[in-house]
Design a protein around this ligand. Structure first.
Ligand code: S3P
Length: 168
């Protein structure tokens, strides 16, 4: 097993909640790449998208993934849902971490994301259709990147965490 675990999956798949609890269970550090991006930019993700658009956000995300992959040890790393948007990110992550894909059906994602205000990509009137289409585009990328796949959605987080630990 590599010394880090990286959680990937669509927005709303539970990466942060699972990541925090998994880190506690395993006695590891918890790192959230979105949080590091906000720290480095000195502004929220919503404002990064407002001022520099998605390209600026992806540049910052790539820089954070690169440094985390170089530096992190004994950590659980929760990645943003778009980490697979740039293929190089996954190569870097895989060199440093066992990659766990939290797979969630679109019905559960739509329920969980219905009231999200922190995700600029979802700030649109056709949110449900957009989620369906983006999830369908990204699913094969998550699958290709994953060392381990675990279903989330309507299962208790404790069961998800137990399954991850069993499969590591
Ligand atoms: C994004 C997911 C978000 C965040 C940003 C873009 C994406 O993270 O990085 O809003 O492209 O899927 P979460 O998956 O933690 O919501």
């Amino acid at each position: 097993m590599k010394s880090n675990i990286a959680l990937i999956g669509f927005m709303g798949s539970g990466k942060s909640t699972v990541g925090k609890r998994l880190a506690r269970r395993l006695g590891r550090n918890f790192i959230e790449t979105d949080h590091l991006i906000e720290q480095q930019a000195g502004m929220s993700i919503v404002n990064i998208f407002k001022s520099g658009g998605e390209t600026e956000f992806r540049d910052l995300e790539t820089a954070v993934i690169t440094s985390v992959s170089d530096i992190a040890e004994n950590s659980v790393i929760a990645c943003g849902g778009g980490v697979v948007a740039r293929p190089g990110n996954i190569e870097r992550l895989k060199s440093a971490a066992t990659v766990v894909y939290l797979q969630t059906g679109t019905a559960a994602l739509n329920d969980r994301l219905a009231f999200s205000r922190k995700r600029p990509l979802l700030d649109r009137p056709d949110r449900e259709q957009f989620i369906r289409e983006l999830e369908a585009t990204r699913r094969p990328l998550y699958e290709a990147a994953a060392d381990i796949t675990v279903r989330t959605g309507n299962r208790p987080f404790a069961a998800v965490i137990d399954e991850i630990i069993r499969k590591l």
